[in-house]
Design a protein around this ligand. Structure first.
Ligand SMILES: *Cc1c(COP(=O)(O)O)cnc(C)c1O
Length: 442
């Protein structure tokens, strides 16, 4: 297949010569061209020739209310006329104050303070540093280690990689990283025959308890992706695990960091995934969808007790971290507009109906003999395809583009994480075309 564009014939070669694309082997683009996008509208992305692609992955899990959403556009345009940016050390502004106040109202009770970063990985870095610094300020300087779940993903900077369990990264960058220990993932696909998701989650929580019992004196925090481990291939698990993890972390004096960078902002059906377990973590990480997919922004919400441990006369007891664009006003306005849409459109309720509709429409996928472990949490769907093709992901991506779909499988796991504005007609198209692609590749 070819993506050469009559309307902009050299954009691909110019991109390949000047842009080093992320998460890519650049040489693969010789046989597997880039897709040049010129505009977006709702769930659709358009290339230079006007061909459209349904953005089933919300552009790497960030978009919530469609591309070029008029309400978010208007909020950013309004802010542009007032203040584009000011440093947040020593200065403040209305958008960052309002966003912090609103998040405090919306998040699980007790998370009273918002610390700002620029992307997901920096939120992870902030939480890890803040947790260890808290213990140092509290007279336990030996608590400097962390644990995460098997197959965890918390970002790709060196600190975040130390709590990320991806073999490819460990092989390439292990020498640079103080790799931290992992505990078993409650992913229900790993349950024994006849064992339900909840029973398996509780069995994994026992393994967590053993680890905490043995190592708590050295442990600062346990970092976890609540309910869905995204980069692990949309591994889903029962909220009982989180409830138990909260109890155990409190009992053993270890912080619980909820990384809701991907699952927050309504993705799992509640505004924050932790709500489904009825817990308040010590740190709540927010990014990706918070700006509706418009601008980079991340937030680390912390419990009051954490905040108080830094409040003192000495500079060195304060939290030492900054980014140039911390709390950028344009990004905060995009976030406020995103929260307005949640409120004005009663999005969480509307999504319950959308989720049920897509489950109904997707029945033929669920029934397909080569599809396994079809699963859904809120506005996330995933399944594995039994395929003879070792390069299934790339073939599926290519066939997707021919069928107006931006599908980006992880291995043989196909997932849908569409913008919330997807309509039933678009769901129908998504399922029919995906079924056609699965049939072609099995
Ligand atoms: C995407 C993601 C991150 C990293 O966010 P970036 O903005 O890509 O740095 C961290 N944790 C989880 C769970 C994510 O999905």
């Amino acid at each position: 297949m070819s993506h050469s564009s009559p309307n902009n014939p050299d954009i691909l070669s110019r991109s390949l010569s000047a842009v080093w694309h992320p998460c890519s082997q650049m040489k693969h683009y010789e046989s597997f061209p880039l897709v040049p996008i010129t505009r977006g509208q709702g769930v659709w992305l358009y290339d230079f020739d006007g061909k459209r692609y349904l953005d089933t992955v919300s552009s790497w899990w960030v978009n919530l209310f469609g591309h070029c959403n008029p309400r978010i556009n208007a909020a950013i345009a309004d802010q542009l006329g007032k203040l584009e940016h000011v440093m947040l050390a020593g200065f403040t502004h209305e958008p960052v104050v309002r966003l912090s106040e609103r998040l405090r109202e919306l998040a699980p009770a007790g998370l009273g303070h918002c610390f700002y970063g620029s992307d997901g990985a920096s939120a992870t870095e902030i939480a890890l540093k803040m947790s260890a610094h808290y213990w140092r300020n509290s007279g336990s300087p030996g608590k400097t280690q962390f644990i995460s779940l098997q197959n965890s993903y918390h970002g790709e900077t060196l600190g975040a990689l130390s709590v990320t369990d991806v073999a490819l990264f460990r092989d390439a960058y292990g020498a640079l990283i103080a790799q931290q220990a992992t505990v078993p993932s409650p992913d229900w696909r790993d349950a024994e025959a006849g064992e339900c998701a909840e029973a398996y989650a509780l069995r994994c929580a026992e393994a967590l308890e053993e680890h905490l019992q043995r190592h708590h004196e050295r442990l600062a925090a346990f970092i976890v992706e609540p309910l869905v481990q995204g980069a692990a291939g949309m591994a889903m698990y029962h909220p009982a695990y989180l409830k138990r993890a909260r109890e155990l972390c409190s009992r053993y004096g270890v912080h619980l960091i909820a990384d809701e960078i991907a699952v927050g902002m309504g993705r799992t059906g509640t505004l924050f995934a932790c709500e489904q377990a009825g817990i308040t973590p010590d740190f709540l990480l927010i990014s990706k969808g918070i700006t509706g997919g418009y601008l980079p922004l991340s937030i680390v919400m912390t419990a009051d007790e954490i905040y108080r441990a830094f409040y003192a006369d000495e500079t060195a007891r304060g939290f030492l971290h900054s980014h140039s664009y911390t709390g950028n006003p344009l990004a905060c306005r995009a976030a406020l507009a995103t929260l307005d849409i949640f409120e004005q459109d009663d999005v969480l309720n509307a999504n319950r109906a959308k989720s049920a509709a897509l489950n109904r429409i997707a029945q033929p996928l669920r029934d397909h003999p080569r599809i396994r472990d079809f699963r859904n949490t809120g506005m996330i769907w995933a399944f594995e395809v039994d395929t003879p093709h070792a390069d299934f992901a790339r073939r599926c991506f290519a066939l997707g583009l021919q069928n107006e779909l931006l599908l980006r499988p992880m291995g043989n796991t196909v997932y849908f994480m569409p913008p919330y504005v997807i309509t039933e007609d678009e769901m129908q198209l998504l399922v029919e075309r995906t079924l056609k692609i699965v049939k072609a590749l099995t």
